[in-house]
Ligand binder design. Structure first.
Ligand SMILES: Cc1ncc(COP(=O)(O)O)c(C=O)c1O
Length: 525
């Protein structure tokens, strides 16, 4: 919940003389700060606040006008460390009986905030959008964890985001504007890749990559059955054949020891997926590439942007690395988005053309391509988020570590690698390998026992704790792939894991309190 403070509340807080008389305002403000709420002031209110403060200071101290103003400014500046400015929207519905109130209400509405005020008129005229400090409940509401907490991130970076989005809107360069080129450079700098080409989604990134290596109908591509549908769907869309290989029981990524036996004359590529953000066994894949020189490796890094393998970004271990900027991904935009990264100039040039209908010059088409550009506005958003991304990644890493510690702390006994928490509860924590880092797109645990996961999910949901299943049905058992002729028990590990896996809320802002609460609930189920 966001809150916007009306002028009277701001003055209650800033003016020592009023602190006592309006103790509720002070208490509410302290509560909002302590509980990490987003607190705003309407941009329309600032000059009025300056005026009221000036008057109060002048009355009390009789300073010169210049000094009075200086003190008022110091107070406002200090306040703005805790309070953000909400802009007054162009679509403000002006109430001519009280223009100021209508501006404040409109500013609050635009950010989905309630206004805290002592103004009786405002409380009467806008009962659903206002609250008096004396009726504000200072009892924390029961914990309700947000799975990806995209709202929190939006409000954290809101001023920067608004600025960059406004720039794009004003420029009217909605397609291939400056922000797109900037983002591509930023992605190159972040990963050390020679080329980064943005595109319209992680799915289209996979298509571009496969089209660039000239995948043709009848070609075979080896991949994992335990992934999001897009990995194999795009193979099939190009008329090629997905050839599945079971997963490793620890990392849930493709089991590199089982790939060689599936390589045939028709195999053109291997697509490992960095599931939940953690890279697959990339050394083993490199070895396979040395043995089969025509084989290409495309990493589906939709979940892993920012992950490293032996200290380097994954793009350095493959022909093409693809990623997604879907909003809930570790680096997400406000719609669909993706990118392909490579160190190979030829592939980069081809993908650039493929992204724009295969054209090498306007209206001259060298290849059959796609309309797969990233919108400028999404690029602008990503440029802002990328600035903070290293910090986001380390916060995700911290959250993951704290989850593991909290769950382990509650353990009774270790039985093999299963963590025994109570006689009916077995939880397997995600394993992170020492030679790689994860982007922690998900923190996924396994729950042993027939139907236990579903029961646990229901109970957690009742306690306000969201979970998700990535993924409940492996791809070889999906109806759309029936034509491939796979059957149950073909990939026993993927099948087992899909019945046991469950993801906990994961984002940079999961608090210690939330982790503790979740661990406690999980243990006591
Ligand atoms: C492993 C994997 N591949 C591909 C995709 C597709 O990305 P997008 O949704 O951006 O098309 C996703 C997205 O969920 C994914 O998780």
């Amino acid at each position: 919940m966001n809150y916007l403070l009306d002028n009277n509340i701001i003055i209650d807080i800033l003016s020592k003389a009023r602190n006592e008389q309006y103790a509720d305002s002070v208490k509410v403000f302290a509560y909002l700060k302590e509980h990490d709420f987003n607190i705003f002031i309407s941009s329309s209110a600032l000059d009025n606040i300056e005026f009221i403060l000036f008057r109060e200071i002048k009355r009390k101290f009789n300073f010169t006008n210049k000094d009075t103003l200086k003190f008022a400014h110091i107070a406002i500046e200090k306040l703005l460390n805790d309070i953000k400015i909400a802009k007054t929207p162009s679509y403000t519905e002006i109430n001519y009986d009280d223009i100021e109130d209508s501006q404040i209400i409109a500013s609050a509405k635009a950010i989905d905030a309630k206004v805290i005020t002592r103004d009786e008129e405002m409380l009467k005229n806008y009962p659903n959008q206002t609250i008096h400090p004396s009726t504000f409940s200072l009892q924390p509401s029961p914990l309700k964890i947000d799975f990806a907490n995209l709202k929190k991130q939006y409000f954290m970076y809101q001023p920067e985001l608004e600025k960059e989005m406004d720039k794009v809107l004003n420029s009217a360069h909605y397609i291939m504007g400056d922000a797109v080129k900037e983002l591509e450079e930023n992605l190159q700098n972040f990963t050390g890749a020679k080329y980064a080409i943005t595109c319209s989604s992680g799915t289209d990134a996979l298509l571009l990559a496969m089209m660039a290596i000239d995948i043709q109908p009848g070609d075979e591509i080896i991949t994992t059955p335990f992934t999001f549908i897009a990995t194999a769907e795009t193979i099939a869309l190009l008329g090629a054949k997905p050839v599945f290989v079971d997963i490793d029981e620890k990392t849930y990524n493709i089991d590199s020891t089982k790939i060689a036996e599936k390589i045939t004359d028709k195999t053109k590529a291997i697509i490992p997926v960095s599931l939940y953000g953690q890279p697959a066994d990339l050394d083993a894949l490199e070895q396979l590439k040395i043995k089969h020189s025509k084989l290409k490796i495309i990493i589906d890094g939709a979940q892993s942007f920012g992950a490293t393998y032996k200290g380097k970004a994954e793009v350095h271990y493959c022909d093409i690395y693809t990623t997604s900027f879907f909003p809930a991904k570790p680096l997400g935009c406000f719609g669909d988005g993706g990118a392909v990264l490579t160190n190979n100039e030829q592939l980069a040039q081809k993908m650039k053309m493929l992204r724009v209908h295969g054209q090498n010059k306007r209206y001259h088409h060298k290849y059959i391509g796609l309309g797969a550009r990233l919108d400028t506005i999404q690029a602008a958003i990503l440029n802002v988020k990328l600035k903070h991304y290293k910090e986001d990644l380390s916060k995700r890493q911290e959250v993951a570590q704290k989850y593991s510690e909290a769950l382990r702390e509650k353990e009774m006994e270790m039985e093999m690698e299963w963590l025994e928490i109570n006689p009916s509860t077995f939880i397997l924590l995600p394993s992170s390998l020492n030679d790689r880092t994860s982007a922690w797109a998900q923190y996924s645990i396994r729950l042993k026992g027939e139907g236990r996961r579903e029961k646990v999910q229901t109970k957690l949901k009742e306690a306000g704790l969201p979970t998700a299943i990535h993924y409940p049905k492996p791809l070889h058992l999906q109806e759309c792939f029936a034509y491939l002729g796979y059957k149950e028990s073909d990939f026993p590990i993927a099948e087992k894991v899909s019945k046991e896996i469950m993801s906990l809320p994961m984002n940079p802002y999961v608090s210690d309190e939330e982790i503790e609460y979740l661990a406690e609930k999980l243990i006591n189920l």
